[in-house]
Write a protein that binds this ligand. Structure first.
Ligand SMILES: N[C@@H](CCC(=O)N[C@@H](CS)C(=O)NCC(=O)O)C(=O)O
Length: 210
């Protein structure tokens, strides 16, 4: 049995599992309450961040790496174009840009704006993270002028990566997405896999719809 520990970016993992029709269990990890007493989770990830995955003897962290693991181990699937597919370069690029360029930047802007002391809320690093986010977002915007999805005409795991980051930007830092990004998110939200993932992820659902 596959177990996903924690929501947050774990939503990406749950979404992929739903798209692939794999069975899993979602185990809550309460970061706000603190993970110091959550021995089972800390044994998997002593660094204490979410999500983590357990699949038999396999334990992993890093949401995009987990997506690649599931796609590789339980594929092949059209959600991950093969290396000789013309869609592969764009797929790889946006799969990683969704975390490294977008979600990671939003995460630090969000921390500064929502958690840091008043005097730190607009510090240099928070502004830099915001600039990184907006510059990387321009690549998403350009791609949406060319195609409906990040890898081209079909939905792939790159959309799970980028789509989650855009939801995060909208909700965590109140970023005003442009029309093409809003239409893109609307397309993603219509997917059965997305709907089932949101139904499974209570904390994410409550946060995004509040
Ligand atoms: N690059 C990592 C980021 C993981 C991450 O920062 N997760 C957040 C919640 S979504 C977290 O656990 N933050 C608490 C911490 O880093 O201690 C991934 O994609 O999984």
């Amino acid at each position: 049995m596959i177990t996903v520990f924690g929501e947050g970016r774990g939503f990406r993992v749950v979404w992929l599992l739903e798209e692939m029709g794999l069975s899993y269990r979602l185990r809550d990890v309460d970061l706000l309450a603190g993970v110091e007493t959550d021995a089972e989770f800390l044994a998997l990830n002593p660094a204490g961040f979410i999500p983590a995955l357990r699949d038999g003897d396999v334990t992993m962290v890093e949401s995009i790496a987990i997506l690649e693991y599931l796609l590789g181990r339980y594929g092949p699937t059209a959600l991950a174009p093969g290396a000789r597919d013309p869609a592969f370069p764009a797929y790889q690029q946006f799969l990683h840009l969704g975390e490294a360029g977008l979600a990671a930047s939003v995460y630090f802007v969000s921390g500064a704006r929502n958690i840091a002391p008043e005097s730190e809320r607009d510090n240099w690093s928070a502004r830099q993270a915001m600039e990184v986010f907006t510059s990387r977002l321009s690549l998403v915007t350009r791609q949406l002028e060319r195609a409906p999805y990040m890898a081209g005409d079909i939905f792939t795991a790159a959309d799970i990566s980028v789509g989650y980051a855009l939801e995060m930007a909208r909700k965590n830092i109140g970023f005003a997405l442009g029309g093409p990004e809003q239409d893109y998110l609307a397309r993603l939200r219509e997917r059965e896999g997305y709907r089932r993932a949101l139904a499974a992820c209570r904390a994410t659902r409550e946060w995004w719809t509040s």
